[in-house]
Ligand binder design. Structure first.
Ligand code: ADP
Ligand code: MG
Ligand code: MG
Length: 195
């Protein structure tokens, strides 16, 4: 399946609403294994996305993902801003000629994060949500359980990328904040495509 402009816009709008609503949840997760700002960072990005859409309604998919990327890069900051920014920028470039299958779109975003973050699965990052969801989409098995399992898989991992890696073994027992914000992204996607 493919996601078209109207649904893609609903997807991003739902995501930024969740980021605003869950600002304190994300800050709390980041307080446990990072510097406590992931919610504040993503909330700033969320507001920038809304401002951008209000200022100029994206007329096609490439513009929608590009506007999302720019808002994230310019306003989120931290490690997560450039990572989400790269994901959405690569997705924007990929849909420029022709819309992709949703599974390929999400894999493109995942690959962008891996490249930018020099990261892969098992490092207790947002990749541990993006990658399994890309695979579930490819296999037509994308659902809430997949999102929950992917997010929860980060709990017992030892972080080897990002600030949480400074804690080494002590990073165990906590969900990764970027995995949680990514879980919101995919819950929004699920709402829009009807799961
Ligand atoms: P900062 O750590 O700079 O304060 P945030 O708190 O906004 O940035 O974001 C932290 C999140 O970014 C982590 O929970 C993790 O999911 C993600 N992250 C950090 N470094 C990487 C990386 N190299 N690759 C993938 N994700 C990463
Ligand atoms: Mg942080
Ligand atoms: Mg920070």
């Amino acid at each position: 399946m493919k996601i078209e402009l109207a649904d893609a816009k609903k997807w991003i709008e739902s995501f930024v609403k969740k980021l605003e609503d869950e600002k304190s949840t994300l800050n709390e997760l980041d307080t446990a294994i990072g510097d406590g700002d992931h919610g504040t960072n993503m909330d700033r990005g969320a507001k920038a996305v809304t401002d951008s859409f209000d200022k100029k309604e994206p007329g096609n998919l490439a513009d929608l993902y590009k506007a999302t990327a720019f808002a994230m890069i310019q306003k989120v900051g931290g490690a997560s801003g450039p990572l989400y920014g790269t994901a959405f920028l690569d997705m924007s470039k990929a849909v420029k000629e022709d819309n992709l299958e949703l599974a390929d779109l999400i894999q493109t975003g995942t690959d962008g994060i891996k490249r930018r973050g020099e990261s892969d699965t098992g490092m207790k990052t947002m990749i541990d949500v993006w990658q399994p969801i890309s695979e579930a989409l490819k296999n037509d098995k994308f659902n809430q359980q997949v999102i929950d399992d992917a997010l929860n898989s980060t709990k017992d991992m030892v972080a080897t990328k990002g600030r949480a890696s400074y804690l080494e073994e002590k990073s165990k027992g906590h969900l990764d904040p970027g995995a949680q914000s990514s879980a919101y992204l995919f819950e929004s996607l699920l709402e829009v495509i009807g799961g």
